[in-house]
Design a binder for this molecule. Sequence first.
Ligand code: PA5
Length: 445
Amino acid sequence: MRSIEINIQDAVYFADNQYVSLEAPTTAAMNTLEQGTGAGADFLGWVKLPSETPQSLLDSIRKTAARLRQNCEYVVCVGIGGSYLGAKAVNYALSGLFDDFYGPKPNEPKVLYAGQNISEEYTAELEHLLTGKTFGIIVISKSGTTTEPAIAFRILKELLEKQAGKEKAKDLIVAVTDAKKGALRTLADKEGYETYVIPDNVGGRFSVLTPVGLLPIACAGFDIDKLIAGAREMEETTRRQGPGNPAETYARMRNALYQAGKKIEILVNFNPKLHYFAEWWKQLYGESEGKDGKGIFPTSVDFTTDLHSMGQWIQEGERTIFETVLSVKEPAITRRIPEDAENLDGINYISGKRIDEVNKMAELGTKMAHVDGGVPNIHITIDKLDEHALGQLIYFFEKACGISGYLLGVNPFNQPGVEAYKKNMFALLEKPGYEEATAKIKSRL
Ligand code: PA5
């Protein structure tokens, strides 16, 4: 069984005492999570999701994806936050970095994303791309009431119906939403769209292993069975108590560092394919832990790219940061650096080496420099970037997040702070029902 490796030897001595003293509280936090006795226990459906996902659901998702793949040049996933980040993370990690420039092939639609911003340019330029093309829409919203995807869906649905006709459009739209409530459920039922349900007890940022993530991932042509198999293995691994449980180690170490004054965690990769995985991770930890005046601030960098922009700060700025490096042992492709007779660029000393060998030395050299500079380093390694490893990583980070949130003393499964901007936006837009708030906010302008 392949598994992820976690190495904390370059972190633990920065917070030795805290790490030792957190052993018992971490075990208690794990028990709270496993037994469902903590805050937000109504949202623990993700804990056993991999092992309890029926094969029939995976088969059904694969069938729906095959229909969209056969009939579309583009499939647009409409959603925001937890309703798009997981799918984007997996699809981006598994796709070729330049795939979009090759254009769609028969039965291999391009998966695009919408409803994750309110940019007029983004929406209009996407509409322009899709004009005259065959496309399908997967509209995803747990609440079914989120403004960003609602705007995008309204526009894309109109375009699709205009191009394909209302009847055919129905076959090309799939809704992923709550079983009973929300505007999207009402609309999907009225229009007769195929739907998938987001379980009540799974919050948005923990939903990538539900149809929220699985359908767009299957549409992109990736193997959701392998993704779930990886997650299942990690569910098993992280159920064990104490040492050997990587989720325990990670949750405990990052809280020890937090207690030792390291308030910012930087998720580092040396492989650009992990860029959006970091975006998913940021939501998971940011929304779960940043509350009650507490929480590690999660941020991310792509190295070596960002060593040339953020490297100075990380090496010598305020010592309140730590790094968690997500490392891939073996790239999928071999490419060596050629010899050049003139050697004007002076890099013949590395000719014949694999590019990855240089990258790995950059990784090691960076770690040593940053640790010497006072930046603790947690190192997480996967063998290769595939569905199985991503399934493991997703579940690992989710499990560690639940433990970590309880250790921090917050409810990791709510997000009350997300409502503040919405209330102001609705008041400013004079949404019916917000009259008092509108008057109040306008008096401040
Ligand atoms: O994690 C969360 O709950 C949020 O980020 C949501 O995923 C996001 O706001 C989108 O919500 P919805 O799926 O209800 O449209």
